[in-house]
Design a protein around this ligand. Structure first.
Ligand code: ZN
Ligand code: ZN
Ligand code: ZN
Length: 373
């Protein structure tokens, strides 16, 4: 597996920590540890924690039995020293010692509460804060290699959407369709299926509807929102809306509005515009057409090693978009009790504009029930 990790991420994190007045970053297994070291450790009850001082060398504190795995991972190739601990040692005390015991420590956002509180007890003189505000500055701006990983993820999930029409026919349940889609997600090259939403008919009005035993009917519209994680660790996420046989006329009217809103929002993406302005483009178009109160979620979220990460494309986020940011643009319109629709692409901010990582058609894909069963 190709690794995009190099020592520069660690030194960049140290620089940001210094600037933030933080003495050490403490990072347990999760996306931050993967990002900084390439080590995809499993979160266990035994403590694994990277101690990254603002100045000086990083040390990974790990259970003795995990030392071999850690040193065989990209973390070992980065030359990070590993301090194994034995079953009778106090790993929290070791982390405390290595981080100097006092000052300000920043903890990875995904650290378990149990570890947070034990670290607090091990270093009562230290002040704890979140590492997210520091590390987001790095993780939010994807390198060319990361963009390439996300592009491959986009291509993989596009291949799944291309197969979805063959799986939709009247009489099948959402769950049956969802199981087939999950299989296709793996066949397309993902290592895990992160979510499969198949929301048919009135279920489409719930943006995060889970698979149910509702059977598909002719005249249903079906929102399919799917994603997985690639061997690179990077995630895919794409939504398309389908119709079985035909779609009701009033649905077609609002679907056209949604298509325009999504396209114009994507086209508005470029460096130095705010995140909230992209949300406003989609939202104002949908509102002008009279569906404003039916677009009930933010326009998008960043994506990378996690499906949802910074930056969020939402009103109130005045962060300026920068080259290398990757996020979804996914407006939706939901009519309670009847149906819903959403179109979602992952896009990357380029030097001068935007590039879409999902490229299947945005048109409503009408499945001919005669050709399926
Ligand atoms: Zn979502
Ligand atoms: Zn999404
Ligand atoms: Zn999605």
């Amino acid at each position: 597996m190709e690794q995009a990790v190099d020592r520069r991420r660690l030194s960049a994190a140290q620089e940001l920590a210094q600037r933030a007045g933080v003495d050490a970053l403490l990072v347990t297994p999760g996306p931050d540890l993967t990002y900084l070291t390439g080590y995809r450790a499993i979160a266990l009850e035994r403590l694994t924690c990277l101690v990254l001082p603002a100045t000086g060398d990083p040390v990974l504190v790990a259970p003795g039995l995990e030392v071999a795995a850690a040193s065989a991972s990209p973390l070992g190739q980065l030359g990070i020293s590993i301090r194994g601990w034995a079953e009778t040692d106090d790993p929290y005390g070791i982390v405390g010692e290595l981080s100097g015991g006092a000052g300000v420590v920043a903890l990875s956002d995904s650290m378990a509460a149990g570890a947070v509180l034990r670290l607090r007890d091990a270093m009562p003189a230290a002040r704890q804060q979140l590492a997210g505000p520091i590390l987001r500055e790095l993780r939010m701006i994807k390198s060319a290699a990361e963009v390439e990983h996300l592009r491959q993820a986009g291509r993989a999930i596009d291949r799944v959407h291309e197969q979805v029409p063959e799986l939709l026919w009247p009489g099948r349940t959402e769950r049956e369709v969802g199981d087939d889609i999950a299989e296709a997600i793996i066949e397309a090259g993902h290592v895990t299926v992160d979510f499969v939403i198949v929301a048919s008919g009135p279920n489409g009005a719930s943006p995060h509807h889970e698979l149910s035993d509702r059977r598909l009917e002719i005249g249903d519209t079906v929102v399919v929102d799917i994603g997985g994680t690639m061997p690179s660790g990077y995630c895919s996420d794409s939504t398309r809306t389908y119709a079985i046989g035909y779609a009701p006329d009033d649905f077609l009217a609002f679907y056209g509005v949604l298509q325009d809103a999504q396209r114009l929002a994507v086209e508005s993406v470029r460096p130095d515009v705010t995140a909230e302005s992209v949300d406003a483009v989609a939202r104002s178009m949908i509102a002008e057409a009279g569906y404003g109160d039916r677009f009930i979620h933010r326009t998008g979220h960043g994506i990378g090693l996690e499906t949802h990460e910074d930056p969020y494309i939402v009103e109130g986020n005045v962060e300026l978009l920068r080259q290398g940011m990757v996020f979804s643009v996914e407006p939706g319109i939901y009519v309670s009790g009847q149906y819903g629709a959403r179109i979602e692409d992952i896009v990357v901010v380029t030097e001068t504009g935007v590039d879409s990582l999902n490229n299947t058609t945005h048109d409503l894909v009408v499945v001919d029930p005669a050709f399926s069963s």
